[in-house]
Design a protein around this ligand. Sequence first.
Ligand SMILES: *Cc1c(COP(=O)(O)O)cnc(C)c1O
Length: 406
Amino acid sequence: MSKEKTGEELFDPSQATDASFDTLAIRTGRLSTDQGSHGEPIFTTSSFVFENAAQAAARFAGDEDGFIYSRFSNPTVSAFEERLAALEGAERCVATASGMSTIMATMVALLENGDQLVSSRSVFGTTNVLFDKYLRRMGIETTFVDLTDYEAWEDAISDKTKVLFLETPSNPLSEVADIPRLAKLAHDNGALLVVDNCFCTPALQKPLALGADIVIHSATKFLDGQGRCLGGAVVGRNEELAEIWTFLRSAGPTMSPFNAWVFLKGLETLSLRMQAHSASALKLAVWLEEHPSVEKVFYSGLPTHPQHLLAREQQKAFGGVVSFRVKGGREQAWQVIDSTKFLSITANLGDAKTTITHPATTTHGRLSDEDKERAGISENLIRVAVGLEDIEDIKADLSHGLDSLF
Ligand SMILES: *Cc1c(COP(=O)(O)O)cnc(C)c1O
């Protein structure tokens, strides 16, 4: 391996975050209890009692702050919201039952019949279904464009456009969109830019500081980090978040206190985990690029990646997801997947356990052949979400299948 290609030279994990981030991740949103519990308690209660009828009336009227009912708010959930808002540099955060319910609530709150949404084509598969089928039924038209084709974004915008939506880096090919550029385009046209920050998390990328208006999370992934529960969150300004919260308390998909507690504790180790995922993913990408059975590697941390410099500018590191094409087709890709001994064959990501999947027949299996081709989801493509095991063991496990191909 040539010297300039070693992971250490490209990326110094100690530079991946700032000290105040870690302090905020551990010390914001702490819950106080009468018993002096040091760990944050889980408030497993559906409702809250009032001292008297006048207090109940004041709480319901909004004249007095305080808890009423856990579909509206709950102390453990609020602690998680406060902590994530601090990490994203946002005025407010609202937590929900899953990433999908966050996206639904955000869009239903911001858009109405007759409005247009312009979205990157490379978004989470279910997001695509939500926009294309259900929002369309509500009279909200979605135009899909290629993530890095800025002319296409411009051309798609009309006087009905209210929201631009994207994920960066994209899944599974790790394409990187210029957030400040698309934020300016949105604002010049009276629209909002909404960014799904699931792949980077605020430990590596802060879209609000780059000009985005709203950030969305599937907390299910890296915010938890150990694949334990489902959750979602949206952060942004009070103005838009108030609308989203009002919809959520009316529609119901709010976060459970237990899940909020898991995510609250997950945030305490977020930047350490993201540095470790990123450092191992970069080492894996560099190693794969030199493997004779590998045709092409997709990872924004590689200098050969077309948006590598942009990724360096707007991200602190490049995240844990690496995709690559093996020489051959589906048969060879499946052979590599099936030859692994401990990697988990699952479509999930953002876990301490490394996962491996064949996008063409799983996460992106619903796309037509034409859409797969356009999105670069070829039959020989494999996606690895690098976990926290020893990187040498991960490489060795992939070697079983890769070494057998030549
Ligand atoms: C998983 C995922 C979602 C959906 O989140 P759920 O928690 O599964 O509902 C949305 N966006 C991205 C980028 C994801 O990876």
